[in-house]
Design a binder for this molecule. Structure first.
Ligand code: S3P
Length: 432
């Protein structure tokens, strides 16, 4: 699908953010291995979360779904508790989703029964040694394909033991995989993370009865069984970030983005934008499903450059492409460092971003672990490819709202990995 975005005179409106992808994955995975029945509302209908749903259904978990009015799906899940999954010797397809393959590996490590976990071309080129290594140390028997998917889980049921694990990289997916395996081990596990990353697993599992203690960067997990809980999934700040930036960089904009999850481990982008002198406010603060939520109001701003590095990176890792679009129109330079993890996302995002900035005619320097962007007064139009990466596609779309001429985006359909209605929402705010 090709999409052309032309800059509108004004941007106005109110958007309801789609359901949080990370929390949606966790809600269905964790409830599937819990005791009891749960009901989930506002579950993400993005392709990634549907991949998780399909994997669990194929394993034999009884999940029924119905559509909700506004957005998101309603699910009813019959958890299997401490039993093995009903179906074995299966090939399970995680599609494009790193969260699906890594979190499911943490579970299949102890419920292993002749499973193969695989995915699309992009997922099959993403590193898996980061999970197979700690999980095999715990006694799992997982073989990868030279460190990449497909992953093979032995037919023999594995009894896991707890470990002391110092994570070499900060990753919520790796942390979650080890925590999930640790819940099913016969002794305690201690995980040290180099810096904090999103904590949705710790929050949700604790509220389901898991014995998890957090002391700064240390996570202590005792073997525990889980009880199902009903959950409403809040909106996704990663999806909201496109509208936040659109509202800031367009010269005549006022937008409200409703129902945005503002968990402190996800709001790195808001902290950065504050430093960049963005005009925004949070209203209507509340708690949904053990997660803080707010409406975010944004308006046109004169942004200035900043430096983003170190412990801040995991708190905004998925927002870096759209932050780069904001930085392109900021006064002065923006330096992003310590972001090597971007090289192993759905695409090599440092390469993809650099390609997009070159086409927009924004001066920048590529570094091994990041990028230096020289803010410009204008962005050029042109034709862009998306590198099969949803976050790159959506970032280009936002650039098209402020570029001098129209921007043409090839394979724009990839946005549906996390945000099914992205292009219709973009049209809506441009036509108000
Ligand atoms: C996610 C964690 C992040 C993020 C991904 C979703 C999660 O990956 O980039 O989109 O749901 O745990 P890493 O944990 O690999 O950094």
């Amino acid at each position: 699908m090709n999409i052309t975005v032309s800059p509108p005179n004004t941007i106005r409106g109110e958007l309801i953010t789609p359901s949080d992808k990370s929390i949606s994955h966790r809600s269905v995975i964790f409830n599937s291995i819990s005791k009891g029945i749960s009901n989930i509302s506002n579950f993400s209908d993005g392709d990634d979360c549907i991949s998780t749903l399909e994997v669990l259904k194929k394993l034999g978990v009884k999940i029924t779904q119905s559509n909700q009015n506004n957005s998101g799906l309603s699910l009813r899940i019959e958890g299997i508790g401490e039993n093995l999954f009903p179906n074995n010797n299966l090939e399970l397809n995680a599609g494009n989703s790193g969260t699906t393959i890594r979190l499911m590996s943490g579970i299949l490590a102890s419920k292993s029964n002749g499973y193969t976990l695989t995915g699309d071309i992009s997922l099959c080129s993403r590193p898996m040694e980061r999970i197979t290594s700690p999980l095999n140390l715990m006694g799992a028997n997982i073989n990868s394909t030279n460190g990449f998917p497909p992953l093979y889980f032995s037919e023999k049921k594995q009894i896991l033991k707890g470990i002391q694990y110092s994570m070499p990289i900060s990753s919520a997916q790796v942390k979650s995989a080890v925590i999930l395996a640790a819940l099913n081990a016969k002794s305690d596990t201690a995980i040290t993370q180099p810096s904090l990353s999103r904590d949705h697993s710790e929050r949700m599992l604790t509220s389901m009865g898991a014995k998890i203690k957090l002391i700064n960067n240390l996570i202590h997990v005792k073997p525990s069984s889980l009880s199902s809980i009903d959950l409403e999934i809040p909106g996704d700040i990663s999806s909201a970030s496109y509208w936040i930036v659109a509202g800031l960089i367009h010269k005549n904009a006022e937008l409200t983005i409703k129902n945005v999850g503002v968990n402190p481990s996800r709001i790195g982008i808001l902290n950065v934008l504050k430093r960049m002198k963005a005009n925004f406010s949070l209203t209507n603060n509340k708690i949904i499903g053990n997660e803080p939520v707010a409406d975010i109001n944004v308006s046109s701003s004169e942004l200035i450059g900043t430096t983003i590095e170190g412990d801040e990176i995991p708190l905004l890792i998925d927002e870096i492409p759209i932050i780069c679009i904001a930085a392109s129109l900021a006064q002065g330079q923006t330096l992003i460092k310590d972001a090597n993890e971007l090289r192993v996302k759905e695409s090599d995002r440092l390469e993809s971003i650099s390609n997009v900035l070159s086409k927009l005619n924004v001066k920048h320097i590529n570094n091994n672990d990041g990028i230096l962007i020289f803010g410009s007064k204008k962005l050029s139009g042109g034709t862009h490819k998306t590198f099969g990466d949803h976050r790159i596609a959506m970032s280009i779309g936002i650039a098209g709202l402020v570029s001098e001429d129209s921007i043409n985006i090839k394979n724009a359909e990839v946005a549906s990995i996390s945000y099914k209605d992205f292009w219709s929402h973009l049209k809506m705010i441009s036509e108000q």
